[in-house]
Design a protein around this ligand. Sequence first.
Ligand code: ADP
Ligand code: MG
Length: 261
Amino acid sequence: MVSVLQVKELRASIEGKEILKGLNLTIRQGELHAIMGPNGSGKSTLANVIMGHPKYKITSGDIILDGKSILNETTDQRAKQGLFMAFQHPMEVSGVPLSNFLRTAYKAAKNQTEEKDKQKELSSVSEFRKTLKEKMEMLKVDESFGRRYLNEGLSGGEKKKSEILQALILQPKFAILDETDSGTDIDAMKIISQGINNIYEQSKSGILIITHYNRILHNVKPQFVHILVNGKIVKTSDYTLADQVETTGYNEFLEGAVKNA
Ligand code: ADP
Ligand code: MG
């Protein structure tokens, strides 16, 4: 069955300030979407509320996964149901090596927490190692990457690769990638794009790429491009919309948003 993630007429605020103002979005597994929009339009807010970040207040509307509201579920429960988010600003977690973190997350995602069978456990460990090595090679990161503490001391590009690596291991139903292209050089951006295409091909995930620029969209071709302005999606089209934004900027959409406000 193809999973469906729906955001319906969603209004959300932070510290009493309304950021999302009746946002609608539907993503099916296997679809590639991009959301573009000016700074402060609410892109990260959308990603955060889909994952259930507690600092945002949902005032009306709904987020529905396969017909069921997930608004009352914790971030952890949402992750277990196959939602994944790569942060715009990944956190550094000292003392937790990346490979341990990934192994734990991988087991949790596959519900393998109670592995009593030694044989099974061993084969799953070696399977995990093999997958991790493969993915790390694809992302062109050093083998020592796995032993480093989660994101600690990594460059901007490496942090973003670390997030993509997580998605490749977890194989989520839906992956929300918040500005995975920002703060990376052009080579890292190309590798990250390849990683995103790989998530898409191997997991048949529904992918939502949040981005400020269209350069990543030359390498990862979304079927749908949405323009988010002032807490609402004001236009949806195919990926030619991303090129249009590159030439005209967001002004045309800003004016429209003001008129409709
Ligand atoms: P985008 O990702 O599109 O740049 P954000 O979702 O990060 O936008 O932010 C949307 C708006 O919410 C901005 O105006 C920002 O200032 C505001 N905002 C974000 N976090 C907070 C916060 N902790 N307190 C108050 N306002 C916030
Ligand atoms: Mg943002």
